[in-house]
Design a protein around this ligand. Structure first.
Ligand SMILES: [Zn+2]
Length: 474
């Protein structure tokens, strides 16, 4: 490093630039880069004779102790150029048996999520949003990845990290994520399944041969051998083949573009519990069609309500996970994925144990709720306002979110200690699903407040994710 962090920070200050010291990285081909804030704008600094970015500011470079320093905005085009030189800034495929996804709906908290995740033996998936979340936050796959990559860059994290295009339901969404360079694609079968099953006579010869191959196969579970039943396999084939054809098409699109990615199939938001027969059919059918499954998110028994702990019998959940893990081991070796992992403290450890440590967990709402908590703590008046807005828009917010929240369960006014209000189940659930309307109505105020209290915000996000990781791994 040609300039010490202190000298660099000092030299940047007259330009209103605040250096993020931990971001400084030396480049393999000489020079160095760093992240800085200018007001609330994100900047890339480049130390070296020439900057690789087009159209630098005419006032550039500034000179600090004789060294040329170029300042550029953090844009998609600049990020694309930068990640060609620094692969650590590009999403990568998972290289560990355990992985953990942490969505960041505000696009401000990735550095705090990294601070938690890097302390644990899990592969971090940092950009993780569904089209449903994108629509509500007015973001797209590019901006989500750009925000997450900023967190990676600014925190100095050496990677690798994943980026999950979550709950994809159509080809346009897939293409947008592929264009941005995502490394994990989650195919949500819900919409395709809603179109109904295909009659047995109309199934492909391949689907029928998979049924014949799997019938009466035995899976070794901790409770003994479980035989795959032919009628259930036939029903699964009729139900899933049309939906899986869309996954095959999606995988082909990625392959045609030369994208090697991790592929997840999710049925976690379907009504019925996923049977071992359905799981085995999905895995083997995809294999026969040349698609390697990275993970499957089954619908597990019990109730996975947003923002609150697991509701159901933990013992039954553990048995179901163990059975699915056995199916996964027998037919392909993919991992199991647990969605709605936010606040599910009762089952996280059970999930890790029953999967033998080969798993993926997704959380997202819990990071957003920590931001809400900071608002409650430092700006009670804004918090009360957000509560009123959220209540008034409950019906809009609950669309797409199956949630048992009853309006009459919501207190008309919040208690004097607003942070205590977030202990209330109904209030937590309301805030969990209301991010779209709150960001639309008061986004700039929420963001400004969190920027002004960044240390507190980051501490809240980090501490909360650490609680999840402790519950999962210890
Ligand atoms: Zn899900």
């Amino acid at each position: 490093m040609m300039l010490s962090p202190e000298v660099l920070a000092e030299g940047l200050r007259p330009y209103g630039l605040h250096l993020i010291a931990e971001s400084i990285r030396e480049l393999p081909d000489g020079g160095a880069i760093f992240a800085a804030h200018q007001g609330n704008e994100r900047r890339i600094g480049w130390i070296g004779e020439a900057s690789p970015f087009p159209a630098p500011d005419p006032r550039m470079p500034i000179r600090i102790q004789g060294q040329p320093v170029w300042i550029h905005p953090w844009t998609w085009a600049h990020y694309r150029l930068l990640r060609e030189r620094l692969p650590a800034l590009s999403p990568a495929r998972c290289d560990r048996p355990a992985s953990f996804g942490a969505g960041d709906r505000l696009g401000m908290a990735t550095a705090a999520q990294i601070a938690a995740l890097e302390r644990y033996p899990v592969f971090p998936v940092l950009a993780q949003q569904s089209p449903r979340e994108l629509a509500r936050t007015g973001r797209d796959f590019q901006t989500v990845l750009l925000d997450a990559a900023w967190g990676v860059f600014a925190s100095g994290f050496a990677g690798p990290f994943g980026a999950d295009a979550d709950h994809l339901q159509d080809e346009a969404q897939l293409r947008a994520a592929a264009e941005a360079g995502y490394s994990l694609y989650t195919f949500d079968l819900r919409r395709a399944l809603a179109r109904g099953p295909r009659p047995w006579e109309a199934l492909s010869p391949l689907a029928r041969s998979v049924v014949a191959e799997l019938a009466d196969r035995r899976v070794e579970t901790p409770e003994g051998l479980r035989t795959l039943e032919e009628p259930a396999l036939q029903a699964a084939a009729c139900r899933y083949e049309p939906a899986l054809e869309e996954v095959v098409r999606g995988a082909e699109i990625l392959r045609d573009q030369g994208i090697a990615a991790d592929l997840e199939v999710s049925v976690d938001e379907t009504e019925e519990e996923t049977t071992p027969e359905a799981h085995a059919f999905i895995a083997v059918y995809l294999q026969r069609r040349g698609v390697a499954l990275w993970s499957l998110a089954p619908r597990f028994p019990g109730v996975f309500e947003k923002a609150v702990d697991y509701e159901g019998e933990v013992e039954r959940f553990a048995q179901a996970v163990a059975l699915h893990a056995a199916v996964a081991r027998t037919f392909g070796g993919h991992r199991l994925s647990l969605h709605s992992g936010s606040e599910k403290f009762r089952i996280l450890r059970v999930f890790r144990e029953a999967t033998g440590g080969h798993f993926h967990v997704k959380t997202s709402g819990t990071t957003w709720l920590q931001a809400v908590r900071v608002v409650a703590r430092v700006a009670p008046a804004l918090f009360a306002e957000l509560y009123a807005i959220a209540r008034a828009h409950l019906e809009e917010s609950r669309r797409d979110y199956p949630i048992a929240l009853r309006p009459e369960a919501l207190p008309p006014a919040l208690p004097d200690d607003p942070e205590a209000a977030l202990v209330d189940r109904a209030v937590r659930q309301l805030f969990h699903i209301s991010y779209g309307v709150l960001l639309r109505e008061r986004g700039p105020a929420i963001r400004a407040l969190l920027e002004a209290h960044e240390a507190e915000h980051f501490a809240a996000v980090r501490e909360n994710l650490e609680r999840h990781l402790e519950a999962l791994l210890k």
